[in-house]
Design a protein around this ligand. Sequence first.
Ligand code: ZN
Length: 219
Amino acid sequence: MNDVTQLRQAVVEAGRQMFERGLVAGTWGNISIRSDSGDQIAVTPSGRPYTELQPADIVLVSPDGHLLAGQRPSSELPLHLAIYAARPDVFAVVHTHSIYATACAVARETIPPCLEEMVQAVGGGVEVAEYALPGTAELARNAVQALADRTAVLLANHGAVACGPNLSETLLIAELVEKAAQIHAIAAQFGGARRLGEEDIRLMRQFYVESYRQLKRKG
Ligand SMILES: [Zn+2]
């Protein structure tokens, strides 16, 4: 996707879905999408309710954060830009404050690789990035480091970040992370979640990525 109107519309639609699915409240959280050409990033504006967002409100920036259109981008723009810079495979980033993922983040508790659909979509467990103040370059660095080659990471005492090859899959990853965090918390009452084996995780991830690529080729 390279068309500016389409990029902005996709961010607005994802914002509504993120809000309706209970992954954020108020104006918290943020969303971005990178154009296929890589030279434009559309990101939610700072401090605007998701239910009121219009395509023209979505801010466009260059990969180094230079403002191309719109007004004030989300204060977490450095986090989004750092992920795009580190991960050529990523074309969408979603930052949520969903309840159970954030509970793990405040406890600084990794979500273990215990749920099949989550390890397929994420590639393993969800690690907690070292604490840094919101909106800082340090937070962005810490998040990229803890994210490594997976598609989700927790921000200590803050929330969760999901990333992926497109916006719809990235929203799904954010939901799966929330679900896995919830299951992890419930399983703690039964003695704790059992981790999947490394080789099983690798095989499930490989299967997922290959099926996705086939679907994309067909689509
Ligand atoms: Zn946040």
